[in-house]
Design a protein around this ligand. Sequence first.
Ligand code: ZN
Length: 366
Amino acid sequence: MFGTTLPLGRIAGIRIRAHWSVVIVLAMLAWVLGSSVLPASVPGYSSLAYGLASLLFAVCFLGGLLAHELTHSFIARRFGLEVDGITLWALGGVAQLKGEPPSPKADLLVAAGGPAMSALIGGACLGASYLFDDGSTPLLLIAGLAWLGVTNLFLAGFNLLPGTPLDGGRVLRSAVWRATGNRAKAVAVAARCGQVLGVLLIAAGIAELVFWRQTTGLWLAVIGLFLISSARSELNAERARGRLVTILVRTVMDSRPTLAPGWWPIDAFLQQLGPNPRRRVFCVMSEQNQLIGLTSLAELNGLAGTGGGGLRIADVCRDAPRQVGPDEPLLQALSGISLRPGLDLLAVLDDDRLIGVVDADDLVRS
Ligand SMILES: [Zn+2]
């Protein structure tokens, strides 16, 4: 979903990244704070003071956003879900979870955790702004705390609107899932609500733009469009999931995979593959024809390009890929992992014998 992102580090092992568009949000928030919110509520400071305070509070706001996503992530981890990382971008933050919550209860808690954290931060900031308003604390600080409080409470409320992909949509999904026992139906209901919500936001945004001449209407409309497209892709993903349940590994596997002999030097294998190989990911085999690892054209080309062409493939390959049976449902075979195009594959084994592979290209073809 995101192109170039800037790594910001790790918190409790979770990778934090920022998409370039987050700079726009930071600039917009700082601009609104510095040019109208702060001067209007606490007049009399210098432009420099407003500027610095605005930047500080805008960064604090992003910190609150990060705390919101971290809460989703930590709760998801408690339910055994892997967290790929958190990306901050123009429309907020996204915690990238691998797999789906295992039960309606898990779904509810993962979803509700984020808004609960935002509400907590909002309440704490508002509380602090009252507590410190004793004449000795700079008014600029108090105004900023109050703004942080209100925006975080707004964030909690907005995220609880009941439609995919907002947290409220997931809360709705968990409720329908619990009531009907049918997850696919719950996903569909929440996604439909997300699309309706998207249309309403676009209408509200246009009305704001046309009748009140407020450019923030444009922002609402963009968020509306985002909701509609996310809800649609979630619906499509669920339909694809539904199909995967009935498809067996056997029907999509490539039964003539290209195998990489582990004892060969990289150069010799690349030469044998030729300029346009049929496959991009390879099972690495031992001389006894046992599966010992996994490698890809990209990795081998990379090594050959940096002078490693003489190395044995077995010495540079990754661990053996996940092994599945030919009659396993594809959905089960793929659960909890993602097959990155050109990098990963599933090895299909029958009685310890490799009879095929499934990679991302095979899934697209099916
Ligand atoms: Zn959230």
